[in-house]
Write a new protein. Structure first.
Length: 415
């Protein structure tokens, strides 16, 4: 029985469809080390200071996108082992628990282009954005594998929670603005993009508490969950960026995203309430109705989802046939779209032919994000560029040890 319950848990973890967000399309191929590589419409979302008369392009609907499947703990190999084994011995159970640090996490986000174009140093674009974050406490799996071991378990929202957010943006940006600085300081250019947001749907864990106790007083279980959900909202966010070329081959940059970012939900609000309870139950009572389960939906109050600011620093160095980049990202708070734990990404592009760029990148993980490696290839012509790429999570190459896979496609027309 334990084997099949565990299999269900693994399928849920590996079966969550995630999309690699703001990194949909070409940025995914560099593992998100992309702030100084963005050109044309892409700069609207990465660094509007790079918008200029020298780069013009057009985005067509739904041709810049990415899809991924990932979690931070379990890989395909362990799934195949569970499927191929009639039972789990102690070593298997220990191996499963050792793969998890403190909690199992599922993370994802997406950006799928609707349209975009540039004119001089201005850009106008729109995209569909979706973010997902879910986690559950390692002790849930411990209970599933070993049962109660004379311990009292307590579960809180910190390690067990669920959230999903989706919206459409309409973004206008302006860049290539030279700051008035003394002549002995390298030229610094600035840019700004502002986004009107139409909220599609939001759901998040508002309160969560669980406990499990088994002793001489019997079995006692309590689980209380309240989820807030909203459909239809309106909001705003902005992005400022700076770019400086201190050396002919070296570019550096800084962006601050999600300034004044929020979405207010007011069209349809609902609270989802769940309560499960088992109190002082003994083996002799198992033939009776020994548990209580309650679920209800109530009308919710209007609420606002905050989009905390996120700082990004980057450097890009260009050799004749190779370019290398490094990005550092630091959020100011943890939310559905940001992490307060800093992370680093490195990217590279090799040009064996002027029309055939080969791309790769690595994003180092932290407690909120699994590390990942990206590969991609492009085809670049005077009036058109397209590319395909893939990404593997917590594995250098795709295979049985991967915690997930991602795929991306990008296409734009130059004018």
């Amino acid at each position: 029985m334990t084997r099949y319950l565990l299999l269900i848990a693994v399928i849920v973890l590996l079966g969550e469809s995630l999309v690699a967000g703001d990194s949909a399309g070409k940025p995914l191929m560099f593992a998100d080390s992309y702030m100084l590589r963005a050109q044309g419409t892409e700069a609207n979302y990465w660094n509007p200071a790079l918008l200029s008369v020298d780069t013009k392009d057009i985005w067509l609907p739904a041709v810049n996108l990415g899809f991924s499947l990932a979690n931070n703990s379990l890989d395909v190999k362990i799934y195949n082992h569970i499927m191929g084994t009639g039972y789990l011995n102690t070593a298997d159970k220990d191996r499963l628990l050792n793969m998890i640090d403190k909690r199992v996490m599922i993370l994802g986000a997406s950006q799928i282009s609707l349209f975009g174009f540039t004119s001089d140093n201005f850009a106008l674009s729109s995209s569909v954005n979706a973010f997902a974050k879910a986690s559950f406490d390692k002790d849930y799996l411990r209970l599933l594998l070993y049962g109660n071991t004379d311990e009292n378990y307590e579960f809180t929202r910190q390690d067990t929670n669920l959230g999903a957010l989706s919206y459409i943006d309409l973004t206008i940006g302006m860049g290539d603005v030279t700051l008035p600085l003394p002549p002995n300081i390298p030229t610094i250019k600035a840019g700004l993009s502002v986004s009107l947001l139409a909220g599609l749907e939001d759901i998040h864990t508002d309160t969560f508490y669980g406990s499990f106790t088994s002793n001489f007083d019997g079995l006692m279980v309590q689980q209380d969950m309240v989820f807030k959900s909203g459909i239809g909202g309106a909001g705003f966010k902005s992005l400022i960026g700076l770019v400086c070329d201190p050396l002919p081959q070296l570019s550096t940059g800084l962006t601050l995203d999600n300034l004044f970012g929020f979405i207010s939900w007011g069209l349809h609000k609902e609270d989802l309430n769940y309560h499960f309870e088992v109190d002082s139950v003994y083996i002799a009572n198992l033939s009776e109705d020994f548990y209580m389960w309650e679920a209800s939906r109530t009308k919710g109050e209007s609420y606002t989802t905050k989009l905390p600011p996120e700082l990004r620093l980057a450097a890009l160095y260009r050799f004749p046939k190779v370019s290398v980049s490094a990005d550092y990202v630091q959020g100011f708070a943890t939310s559905i779209v940001t992490s307060s734990v800093g992370r680093v990404a490195l990217g590279a592009e090799v040009l064996p032919l002027a029309t055939l760029p080969i791309r790769c990148g690595i994003a180092f993980g932290n407690s909120d994000y699994p590390w990942r490696v990206s590969y991609g290839i492009g085809f670049r012509f005077s009036t058109m560029e397209l590319g395909i790429g893939m990404q593997t999570f917590k594995s250098l190459l795709p295979g049985n040890t991967s915690k997930g896979l991602a795929f991306a496609f990008n296409f734009k027309l130059g004018v």
